[in-house]
Design a protein around this ligand. Structure first.
Ligand code: M6R
Length: 365
């Protein structure tokens, strides 16, 4: 049932304040303002020397964002790879290490093969899934549910924000176990997470403006997304979402890589979407943005009120999202990129929920 929405994707985008709350209530003790992992862990975060993650598509970008969290808040080294590469690379793994697989469906063939490889290598195998009665869940030593309800649209939206909510909680738990996150900091980070549902509702309110911008995007042949730090995987996710449902070619790039090639593409015809809420790296990303502007590039900036003040007017179309703690900013920043892809596809008249050539669950490699 799509409710009042035209597509499942729209319904699922709009469900996110509730689905994030629901995931949070599983991972966080709201009264104590602490993360509370209910699953029994067959390993201790304090003893790990490395976390290895594999996934495909959007689930891979969830892991790529979480890498920043585990490294920063738990000082835990993270390797992440797309499962189709990981499985054939057969990387050497230290016995007793932790491997984490992220999959909405729990049936993705490459992710399952990567999991089986890790089981064979004596790893602790954990998975983050939406479908608890799936093969990946069944073959995992510990299963972390994402609890966002069935996702029908082929383009993953609410599963991503639920995966991120669960991963953020796990990163805090790891940080606490490893003596990196203090009790005080944990409360601060948990408060940042509990502020998300209302921040997501506020971000969704930019829809009318996003529709306007999408009308222009629908005329583009190519779109470039830029981000730095945890916003880099958000940029790649934005590009994936646009390609997948609007069939417009898009690429997500690390903002600092602009000068190493892609800046040659910049002209008036190619929109450049810069994902840069204010954080300690924002000035660097904004200066990359100015380099695009100086070459006549057509910029759409996703930022918060503080970032918008820094940029001033006239340079860019600015999509504002609320100011939140930089820890959770990548979760919030996925909302406008989802809406941009959705409305662009609607303008183009594509089959948003069932894009051509794609399946919801990729059970063959
Ligand atoms: O079910 P999974 O999370 O394992 O699926 C992984 C990818 O196939 C999936 O995220 C795909 O990239 C989406 N269609 C992206 O929107």
């Amino acid at each position: 049932d799509k409710g009042n929405h035209r597509h499942f994707m729209a319904k699922e985008i709009y469900e996110q304040p509730e689905t994030i709350s629901h995931t949070l209530s599983h991972y966080v003790d709201m009264g104590a303002e602490k993360v509370a992992i209910r699953e029994t862990l067959p390993f201790d975060f304090a003893d790990l020397s490395r976390l290895t993650m594999s996934a495909c598509g959007t689930a891979y970008y969830a892991g790529a964002i979480a890498k920043y969290w585990f490294e920063r808040y738990a000082r835990l080294p993270v390797d992440i790879d797309v499962a189709s590469e990981f499985r054939y690379r057969e990387p050497p793994l230290e016995k007793g290490g932790l491997s984490l697989f992220i999959s909405q469906s729990g049936e993705t063939a490459d992710t399952l093969a990567a999991l089986r490889y890790c089981t064979g290598q004596g790893q602790h195998v954990a998975s983050l899934v939406n479908t608890l009665e799936s093969t990946i869940a069944r073959e995992s030593g510990v299963v972390f549910p994402i609890l966002c309800g069935p996702e029908i649209g082929v383009a993953s939206t609410k599963a991503l924000t639920a995966q991120l909510t669960a991963l953020a909680s796990l990163a805090i738990a790891a940080g606490r176990a490893r003596g990196v996150v203090s009790a005080e900091q944990e409360t601060e980070l948990v408060r940042a997470m509990t502020a998300l549902p209302s921040a997501v509702s506020a971000a969704l309110a930019a829809e009318a403006q996003i529709m306007d911008i999408s009308k222009r995007l629908s005329k583009a042949k190519d779109v470039l997304y830029l981000g730095r730090g945890a916003m880099f995987p958000v940029a790649m996710e934005g590009a994936l979402k646009l390609k997948e449902i609007s069939y417009i070619h898009a690429e997500g790039y690390a903002a600092g890589e602009l000068k190493h090639g892609p800046i040659a593409l910049v002209d008036e015809a190619m929109p450049v979407i810069v994902v840069a809420p204010s954080d300690e790296l924002v000035d660097k990303t904004l200066s990359n943005m100015q380099e695009v502007a100086a070459r006549g590039g057509n910029i759409i900036l996703i930022t918060d009120p503080e970032g918008a003040r820094t940029v001033g007017h006239g340079v860019a179309d600015i999509i504002e999202i609320p100011r939140v703690h930089s820890f959770v900013a990548p979760i919030l920043a996925t909302i406008p990129v989802q809406l941009l892809a959705y409305h662009t596809a609607v303008f183009m008249g594509t089959d948003v929920d069932q894009p051509r050539n794609l399946a919801k669950s990729v059970t063959v490699e």
